[in-house]
Design a protein around this ligand. Sequence first.
Ligand SMILES: *Cc1c(COP(=O)(O)O)cnc(C)c1O
Length: 232
Amino acid sequence: MENIRDNLEEVRKNIKIACEKVNRNPNDVTLIAVTKTIDDAIVNESLKYDITDIGENKPQEVQRKFDLITKKVKWHLIGHLQRNKVKYIIDKVDLIHSVDSERLAMEINNRALGIGKVMDILIQLNISNEETKFGIDRDALDTLLLSISNMANIRVRGLMTMAPYLENPEDTRWIFKKMKEIFEDLKDNEYNNIQMDYLSMGMTNDYMIAIEEGANLIRIGTGIYGERDYSK
Ligand SMILES: *Cc1c(COP(=O)(O)O)cnc(C)c1O
């Protein structure tokens, strides 16, 4: 546990450093602790250190963990979401980061309607067109936003991207820059269910660069909990 506390301290120090570099307020950056593969007891312990938001990449894991996590936190679904899994998480998560098709959006809208909820989502973009399988191209974004604008039980709150893992995180800077540009362009949109509040980008390897370029939601797993053990 002590190393998790130290890791968190380090991450928060780095957030501050990155913010200072570009004159941003560190309070504008929300840290999402990515708890995938991490033991429930360890997650519960770690939440004592002022963690307010957690992220899971698998719907089944959200479902399994939901009642085991004792602290009231915001839940983020950050990984790829299949349509047939939406029903398991619709009542549990606060923000879905990974919407990348009209069909998925329609399913979320229908399920949200069914439980009387307006679901906050982000659109996942694929900027680099390599490695990452998920997310849509910039070219497809306007069409998707237009169709979502007719879905009353969805509110688009911003954009998400996952940069490829590169040895030198500086090499991903252009991706974050591009994201910020698109994010700013979309702020003056005419749709009332599309409101550009969140720019979700930056993981353990590249979050300082992402923050410098404007990220306000960062998703950190390894940097808090250490290397994941996928064999469990
Ligand atoms: C696992 C994961 C993260 C966290 O990755 P780390 O490199 O461990 O910080 C962030 N975002 C998504 C979508 C993930 O699946």
